[in-house]
Design a protein around this ligand. Sequence first.
Ligand code: HEC
Ligand code: HEC
Length: 274
Amino acid sequence: MPLALAGLAGCTSPVPARGAGDTVAFAPPSDSLIPSDAAGRSIRRGRALLAHTRDSLPTHVGAALQCVSCHPQDGRQAGAMPWVGVYARYPQYRSRSASMSLIEDRVNDCFQRSMNGTALDPASGEMRDIVAYLAFLSRGVPVGARVAGQGLVPLRVGRGDSAAGAALFQANCARCHGPGGAGTVAAPPLWGDSSFNIGAGMARARTAAAFIRRNMPLDRPGTLTDQQAADVAAYITSQPRPDFPGKEHDWPAGGAPPDVPYRLLSRPTAPPGN
Ligand code: HEC
Ligand code: HEC
């Protein structure tokens, strides 16, 4: 469409139009661009909170996780739900809550579900610092644009086989995450009391499979096939983890993905086995 318009206008400029809907390159800003003033100190504090979340905000974090446990390299890893450009993607309508989410709401979703904790006061200094860092990582990204490598790359496979996944887990994951998935000094937990809760995105088999396929095993990413990633994700998401009270109110207007592992008021049929 922009090309057709450009043609009509007789314009031969090779510079592509940029704006809402376009995909821009994945280009995290270098640290040298962090100013050395009060704004820069806020950006650095925000980054530190995301990397050392549990120690810095113990009353807001129930899991033995940091934000960067799932958003590695301080949110600067393509294909691993990076925060590059995230500030330009909000406010955003989210079907899980059927409402417009501000970036602060999205951060708090991960505090309450992925970190099995409690929300930060959106007006607190900590939230301001976190948002300052997310905005820094989004420098130069047009509002509403897609960034290459954002989110996760979904896999085109069917349901995983959790029995096959159990064997794959012991062979490929247990040496870091522990044979019982409870985590070790080398890696955070994948299930159990210290893990993310059932309401977290990572508790959904498809989301976990997509993350694992590209990012795990940490020292040999990309070595599992799509089916193997689905199998190991089926196994992990079938294990016990903390509850998320009120989860049945998710997707109040419908539209829940098929791998949501709990009953919803908007979809009262039993969830499929993983
Ligand atoms: C257990 C894994 C996990 C942890 C820990 C985690 N997140 Fe997330 N986060 C996710 C998943 C899954 C998504 C959804 C990604 C998707 O759907 O593409 C997400 C999405 C996000 C997004 C939106 C990204 C986008 O592109 O729109 C932000 C912002 C975010 N997380 C911030 C945080 C913060 C801040 C913390 C710590 C308080 C945190 N996350 C901890 C798994 C996690
Ligand atoms: C060499 C050690 C290592 C191996 C092997 C490994 N991981 Fe990880 N994993 C990590 C570390 C460390 C993190 C935290 C993120 C980071 O530091 O980059 C992590 C994070 C994760 C996360 C998100 C955070 C959480 O704990 O929920 C998942 C899910 C995960 N790994 C799954 C797997 C699966 C499945 C396998 C096997 C296919 C695997 N990992 C193999 C080290 C490892």
